[in-house]
Write a protein that binds this ligand. Structure first.
Ligand code: PNS
Length: 159
C-alpha cells in the first residue's frame, strides 16, 4: 500500500495542483492532500475554507483524501505512515527551493520526495498569480475549479 502526500498551502487550490494530484492518484494507492502552513506567506482563505474547496474539487477521485497539519511535514508523514512526498515542478525557478526542502526532509527523517513535471499548460500558474489577477478583476476561470473561482470573486467583493 503506497500512501503519499501532496503538501502545500493551497491558498487556493489551482488547476495546476489538480493536475499533479490527479496524476499522482493514478500511480499511488492513496494520495493525501495536506494543507500546511507556509510561514513565508500570508493567506487569503482560512485552512477550513481551503479544505472545503479542495474536498468539493476532488470528490470524484476515490483514493484522494484531504487533511491539514500545523507542524513539520515529515512529522505528518511519520504519524500517517506516508512513504513519500509528491511535488510538482513548474520550471527551473522552483528547483532550488524544492530540492532544498526535499533534502532537509530526507536528511532529517528519510522521507523521500518524488517530483512530477507540471503539464506545460500550467507552468505559469500559481496561487499567488491567481490571487493577484482576481484581486484586480481578471478572469481566472480557466485556471481554477469553479468553486474556487466563485470564492475568489466573493472574497474580492469583500464577502
Ligand atoms: O504551496 P507551498 O506554500 O509552496 O507549500 C510549502 C509547504 C507548505 C509544503 C512547506 O512550507 C512545508 O512543508 N511547510 C510545513 C513545515 C515544514 O515541514 N517545512 C519544511 C522543512 S524546513
Amino acid at each position: 500500500m503506497k500512501r503519499v502526500v501532496c503538501p502545500g498551502s493551497f491558498d487556493p487550490i489551482t488547476n495546476g495542483h489538480l493536475d499533479i494530484i490527479g496524476r499522482a492518484s493514478e500511480i499511488y494507492d492513496e494520495v493525501v492532500i495536506a494543507v500546511l502552513v507556509n510561514r513565508e506567506k500570508s493567506s487569503l482563505f482560512t485552512v477550513e475554507e481551503r479544505i472545503a474547496m479542495i474536498n468539493e474539487t476532488v470528490k470524484g477521485l476515490e483514493n484522494v483524501t484531504v487533511d491539514s497539519w500545523s507542524g513539520l511535514l515529515v512529522d505528518y508523514c511519520r504519524a500517517n505512515s506516508i512513504s513519500a512526498i509528491v511535488k510538482g515542478l513548474r520550471a527551473v525557478t522552483d528547483f532550488d527551493y524544492e530540492l532544498q526542502m526535499a533534502q532537509v526532509n530526507l536528511q532529517g527523517s528519510g522521507v523521500e520526495t518524488m517530483f512530477m513535471a507540471t503539464a506545460p499548460t500550467h507552468s505559469f500558474l500559481s496561487s499567488s498569480i491567481v490571487k493577484e489577477l482576481a484581486h484586480f478583476g481578471g478572469d481566472v476561470s480557466s485556471m481554477v475549479p469553479g468553486v474556487v473561482n466563485d470564492a475568489l470573486k466573493a472574497r474580492v467583493a469583500g464577502k
